[in-house]
Design a protein around this ligand. Structure first.
Ligand code: HEC
Length: 203
């Protein structure tokens, strides 16, 4: 009994009574409509978990308030992430600066361009480039010019009011250059099944 008493130092032997059937130790007076409160010790795993949270809180508070830890102060964490973002962004802008809009003629690039053409562009321009909603790509008539830079500009910015979308987000710079190279190298000058009437100026 002496060890039991140590578990709850503020309670004394006279505060307990024992269940007549099970001999479980009950706290006197804690009787709510026949529901009795047992005097069980807390399980050790629970107690240790509780001590752990206390230790965590102390270490966390010291790091936050005394040492101003970078990853705990929200304003600092925010600035750090923003700086990382800008560093990364500046890098990709630099990469863009090196990018040159010049006709690609190698087979690998043209094959990539063809994939893009057939999966995205053919819906409006037809697979053979004959034109449907969008203009014919096989003839010598162009609305926005016949240079690779002209076509690249149309695909990048779109002609929204005429129904040509901007592919700035959906396709990378390289993919846009590949697909316009495919138009000029492979579709232009061919004879499509149902060519759309010429649009724009003759070049
Ligand atoms: C939703 C239909 C649609 C899709 C999809 C589409 N286009 Fe177009 N495209 C158009 C229309 C309409 C025009 C004509 C714009 C104008 O009248 O100024 C056009 C014009 C163009 C032109 C300029 C032609 C000229 O005569 O100057 C190019 C180049 C072009 N599209 C390439 C593409 C490429 C490459 C894709 C795929 C990545 C694509 N288009 C997908 C509808 C589309």
């Amino acid at each position: 009994m002496a060890t039991d008493e140590n578990k709850n130092s503020n309670l004394h032997n006279e505060d307990y009574e024992y269940d007549t059937l099970t001999n479980d130790r009950l706290i006197k007076g804690h009787n709510y409509d026949g529901i009795r409160e047992l005097d069980n010790a807390l399980p050790p795993w629970w107690v240790w978990l509780f001590y752990l949270t206390i230790a965590f809180a102390i270490i966390y508070s010291i790091r936050l308030f005394v040492f101003d830890a970078d990853d705990l102060v929200q304003a600092k964490e925010f600035n750090k992430e923003m700086a990382a973002y800008h560093a990364k962004h500046a890098k990709s802008e630099k990469a863009d600066a090196n990018f040159k809009i010049a006709l690609l003629t190698d087979d690998a690039s043209l094959a990539e361009g063809q994939k893009t053409w057939e999966s995205i562009c053919a819906a409006c321009h037809l697979k053979d480039g004959g034109g449907l909603v969008g203009p014919n790509m096989t003839d010598n008539y162009w609305i926005h010019g016949n240079k690779v830079q002209d076509l690249y500009k149309v695909v990048t910015n779109g002609v929204i009011e005429k129904g040509m979308l901007s592919y700035k987000q959906q396709l990378t710079d390289k993919q846009r250059l590949e697909v316009v190279s495919y138009i000029l190298e492979k579709l232009h000058g061919t004879t499509p099944a149902n060519p759309k009437a010429p649009q724009g100026d003759k070049y």
